[in-house]
Design a protein around this ligand. Structure first.
Ligand code: SF4
Length: 235
């Protein structure tokens, strides 16, 4: 017990720095992210979520909203959200009961069923409406600089999970064909989005963008390196 107290007390970490048992910060970060994930799944959060939507239902709506024709097959939804097909089907069925999506059988091939967003579903799936108020409020306690650092950190973690095959699709700027990192000298708005043809800064980096289109593997790799090197090294 005494040993545990020593290891968990931040003020005593320096004295115990040689300890083999001291956990790396990545373990604490993972535990923190897990805690947030568990909170999002909690019953109270589900109950209080906008329109009574659970996390997976919100993700399905956000995914459909990001599609050009606001529709997708259930198998594609399952693949993109990295959930099993029955889990995705169940979420879609619940959303259909709430009239937030509707299923339509293809005229060309009756075996293909697409899920389409309804007007009500598009409103419920809007980024601000879909985000749990508690999470946005919690992120609001961070300073502006902390928010940007957190955003960039999340982006890196999501990208690493993508490389591990844990997340199949992330509609983030860093892998978007329209992203031009560090194109401008303006430190406040160094990046450029070709889609809207406008500069933007780190606080506006997107983790989920409706206009996203995937870059080629080589462009995405180049963008990532350029993004991390920054303007000075870009020359
Ligand atoms: S289209 Fe969206 S994801 Fe792509 S660069 Fe512009 S803001 Fe980023």
């Amino acid at each position: 017990m005494a040993e545990l107290r020593v290891l968990n007390h931040p003020g005593q970490v320096a004295r115990k720095s040689a300890s083999k048992d001291r956990l790396p910060i990545t373990v604490h970060l993972a535990a923190g992210l897990e805690k947030i994930g568990l909170a999002m799944k909690s019953r109270s959060w589900r109950r209080e979520g906008r329109a009574g939507l659970g996390p997976l239902q919100r993700q399905v709506l956000a995914l459909l909203r990001a599609k050009p024709d606001q529709s997708a097959q259930v198998s594609a939804i399952a693949e993109e959200l990295v959930v099993r097909l029955p889990t995705a089907s169940e979420a879609v069925a619940t959303l259909e009961r709430k009239r937030l999506v509707k299923r339509r059988r293809s005229m060309r091939d009756g075996r293909i069923v697409t899920v389409e967003l309804t007007a009500k579903g598009a409103r419920a799936g809007a980024p601000v409406a879909g985000m749990p108020n508690q999470l946005a409020a919690a992120a609001g306690v961070l300073s502006s600089a902390e928010q940007v650092a957190f955003l960039k950190g999340l982006m890196k973690v999501i990208r690493a999970l993508q490389e591990q095959g844990e997340i199949s699709v992330a509609r983030m700027c860093v892998s978007c064909r329209y992203f031009r990192p560090h194109q401008h000298d303006d430190a406040a708005e160094p990046h450029h989005c070709d889609y809207v043809n406008a500069p933007f800064g780190d606080p506006a980096l997107r983790l989920e963008c409706a206009e996203y289109e995937p870059a080629s593997i080589s462009q995405a790799r180049e963008s990532w390196e350029r993004f991390n090197r920054g303007r000075k090294a870009v020359g």
